[in-house]
Design a protein around this ligand. Sequence first.
Ligand SMILES: Cc1cc2nc3c(=O)[nH]c(=O)nc-3n(C[C@H](O)[C@H](O)[C@H](O)COP(=O)(O)OP(=O)(O)OC[C@H]3O[C@@H](n4cnc5c(N)ncnc54)[C@H](O)[C@@H]3O)c2cc1C
Length: 455
Amino acid sequence: MTAALTADLRALVGDAGVGDPADRRWGRDATESQGVEGRPDAVVLPASTEEVRAVVAWCCERALPIVPRGGGSGFAGGAVPVHGGVVVALDRMARVRSFDPLLWRIHVEAGLRTSELRRIARESGLLFPPDPGAAEQSQIGGNIATNAGGPHAFKYGVTGRWVTGLEAVVPPGEVVAVGGPLRKDVAGYDLKSLLIGSEGTLGIVTAAWLRLIPAPEAAAPAIALYPDARTGCGAIERVLGSGIQAAAIEYLDAGTLAAAGPAAPFDVPSGAFAVIAEADGSAAETAAVAAALREALADDALLVHAPERAADVAALWRWRDGIAIAVTAQRGGKMSEDVAVPLDRLADAIEATLEIGARHRLPACSWGHAGDGNLHATFMVDAADREELKRASAAAAELFATAAAMGGTISGEHGLGWVKRGHLGHQWNDATLRLHRAVKTAIDPQNLMNPGKKV
Ligand SMILES: Cc1cc2nc3c(=O)[nH]c(=O)nc-3n(C[C@H](O)[C@H](O)[C@H](O)COP(=O)(O)OP(=O)(O)OC[C@H]3O[C@@H](n4cnc5c(N)ncnc54)[C@H](O)[C@@H]3O)c2cc1C
């Protein structure tokens, strides 16, 4: 059957437009270390919006599930074909349709890599601010589909804030366009925002109009180390309370530092809790904000390290970007969630993560985007041990309930995908859930768009 599907699809998209469904990369994403895997019946790599439309129409006529795929860096199993079906990978749709640096805007296809988009903007002195960690791998379509954040979302907001227009293919194979090269548009219901963060469950994003800003002239991070999480979270609240606009405020708890500390470009006292805060802007503004940040962070700190040379600043962020890998290396696997809580509950949520891990006999730690109250609460596992994975799933369910009880959310940036399906009831009542399902049914009545995910 798989070979027959591929042969039919080849007629729609040509030889270069079909992939090998037996190649395991199409069945995985970054949840691989949790043992999440699927196997597609077919893989297509369309090269144009018209080809995406033809593939979606073809799948809908045959009632075949459609699994949109970007870079496969998602942490929710969203791109994993758990029910089989046709994986639609956007890799070949990576063109820049237009770029107007003087008007601070760009029109790109969904398969363009995040790092490439940021590079194109930077070469014209501009910035595309969203900076999710796996920028070399993720695509702009995947970022839009998950409404991805990142460290600098604290100042600049998540991906959706930078999208002014979208082109998408929805069932049963129609091209829709909302917004465009516009900075304002309040006509109609906000379908653009509905598609943003919809994790491939409503349609396939094929292109986007994005807003850019002039790149900040300078950036200056500082890292402060504290004896414990409560003292560190107190410093974060002090930064906000003093009215300083940091570009990013990140944290790493003691367990995370135990894993990542040996590679740190500074000394890490044992048991310490870290806060990284960055200033950016014009050179003068950066210097002033950085000095204010260092002063606010210094109270109660064991030490404050503030690299100044560009290479040292880059080394600090490179180290920060490698944290997920360092933590995974501890036991070979991890279940890492992305709950978010109101900022004044951050210390409670960090402590609760450790308590939940202990109750389920799993080493735990967390790090994350402190300024947004967003934790990567993590249970370290042996990914080959089924019993441990079961305990980690139970721990994650308890974590979701705990975050919701604190007035938070079960997902601050990765989305629900496959791994968090069925947990939305923790934070929404029945009427809200019904409305959510009604939206899905209105756009995808056959439930073919990424079935089993999100809803
Ligand atoms: C080391 C590491 C660090 C990370 N750091 C962050 C971080 O700081 N912040 C953050 O938010 N995330 C982070 N992530 C998660 C991930 O990088 C983001 O969610 C990213 O936006 C996913 O993009 P992708 O192209 O890889 O999407 P994929 O993983 O391929 O897909 C993700 C979801 O989007 C859907 N999708 C993909 N493309 C399309 C499309 N064109 N149309 C419709 N649906 C589509 C898929 O079906 C799936 O449901 C990190 C991941 C890793 C591995």
